[in-house]
Design a protein around this ligand. Structure first.
Ligand code: EPU
Length: 422
């Protein structure tokens, strides 16, 4: 049965929201089980449909899985592997399954993944993942819709220069290089906190990685990796989304566990918007006491720039600002699909090329809207929290890919929001 989210707008959110573990670290962290026969124990894993999709693939490949739901703990053990091929049915649900290529070829000498193809937010090529694996000495072929990577004699350290920054491309290369012979140097590597944390996890398994968190990462290959226990860092995109929920409803929310520095530029932007942001010992307080929100232009960029994963949500806030703002999306060519839905609610947004011109309006009105991808869904929920009347966000399955219990977390702070089945 399809689910929708029904929101009665106009209630300020007040209270505390606990930020869950980061989806975009949990996924690569789970895949590290393919690099060792020992147990990998992950704490603070969010309960998301993307996590379950990847667990489905890992189980198919031959991984033993134990889930301790109460403690958000995952115990993974891949003593051996049954298949080295990720079939289409798993890959089509989630592009991040491409992350199994690097570790599988590193440990087992072979890996095939069904070609992920396009996705809602853009074409999202994987040429840089393939190029990196080839530089590491793997042979890559494509047939029947599969990418086949093979390195029967193991991978060899090398120098890889990324022409553009790619998050999962960097992660795949690192997970391939940790078991390669010799040293690998990644140049123009992704700086995202999730990439840095993945390197820390791999080092706790016995890998020798230095430079994580900078654009040059060195990986000295080791023979074998061992088991570990690791805590997933808080989800900065979830935290940013709830910060906007506080701002857009003129509320006051404490984002428990949110790491301020992971959102430094975003929080500085909100401060310029007139929102009060206060870093506390165990999180961040976000409060909006102003009648009007200042319009500020933003341009998405890889970390530490303005995250593309917060662009749609920020647009909902700018839709009700006291002026005109320009929002430029530089990473994905099709990440403005929320615009037509926000306009249905009364927003005044036009698009030219990769820039949206957002003219702030005084009110939005509830409507039936369609979620097109994960972050677009969040944007529509935020708009619904502000709008007069009832907003129904359809195609809710997108939101459950990346936000743990979003309805419950918002309800606890005073939102009038509920899931309905249609
Ligand atoms: N690109 C290429 N070739 C490649 C790889 C990437 O041309 O081989 C291009 C992409 O088309 C895009 C740009 O490089 O224009 C950056 O893409 P990137 O590879 O960094 O994206 P990703 O690794 O596929 C991760 C997140 C996304 C997030 C982006 C950008 C995970 C699992 N996914 O995707 O998260 O938007 O980085 O920060 O980490 C989300 O959580 O909603 C989400 C989409």
């Amino acid at each position: 049965m399809l689910q929708s989210m029904q929101i009665e707008g106009g209630y300020p959110l007040v209270g505390e929201i606990n930020i869950s573990g980061a989806k975009n670290l949990a996924l690569p962290a789970m895949v590290t089980t393919l690099l060792t026969e020992d147990e990998i124990i992950l704490n603070n894993v969010p309960d998301l449909s993307d996590v379950h999709s990847l667990l489905g693939l890992l189980e198919y490949l031959g991984c033993d899985i134990n889930i301790d739901k109460v403690n958000s703990k995952l115990i993974l053990k891949t003593t051996n592997i049954k298949y080295t091929e990720a079939p289409y049915d798993f890959v089509r649900k989630m592009r991040a399954t491409i992350l199994v290529l690097g570790p599988m070829v590193a440990r087992f000498g072979a890996a095939s993944v069904s070609f992920p193809g396009g996705c809602a937010i853009g074409v999202r090529a994987i040429d840089l993942h393939i190029k990196a694996l080839q530089l590491l000495g793997a042979e890559v072929t494509m047939d029947n819709g599969f990418i086949n990577v093979c390195a029967p004699n193991g991978l060899k350290g090398c120098e890889i220069t990324f022409p553009i920054i790619t998050v999962t491309g960097t992660e795949n290369s690192i997970m391939a290089a940790v078991l390669a012979k010799g040293t690998t140097k990644l140049i123009n590597a992704a700086l995202e906190p999730e990439v840095e944390a993945l390197c820390n996890l791999l080092n706790s398994m016995g890998a020798k990685i230095t430079g994580q968190g900078t654009s040059i990462i060195n990986i000295e290959g080791v023979e074998k990796l061992h088991g570990t226990t690791f805590d997933i860092i808080p989800d900065r995109i979830e935290a940013g989304t709830y910060a906007i929920a506080s701002a857009i409803t003129h509320g006051k929310l404490f984002l428990k566990n949110c790491i301020y520095k992971h959102l430094a530029l975003f929080f500085n932007t909100l401060k310029l918007n007139g929102i009060s942001i206060e870093e506390k010992q165990n999180g961040v307080m976000v409060e909006n006491n102003n009648d009007k929100i200042n319009p500020i232009n933003i341009r998405t960029a890889p970390y530490p720039g303005f995250a593309t994963d917060l662009q749609a949500q920020y647009m909902a806030l700018m839709a009700i600002s006291g002026g005109t703002s320009l929002i430029t999306e530089t990473l994905f060519e099709n990440r403005f699909m929320h615009v037509s839905e926000l306009n249905r609610m009364g927003a005044n947004i036009t698009i030219k090329g990769n820039t949206a011109t957002v003219k702030g309006v005084n009110k939005l009105s509830g409507a039936q809207v369609m979620a097109t991808d994960l972050r677009a869904s969040a944007s529509l929920i935020l708009a619904g929290l502000f709008a007069n009347g009832t907003t129904t966000v359809n195609r809710l399955y997108h939101i459950d890919r990346g936000y743990e219990s979003i309805d419950k977390k918002l309800q606890q702070c005073g939102a009038h929001i509920k899931r309905i089945s249609i």
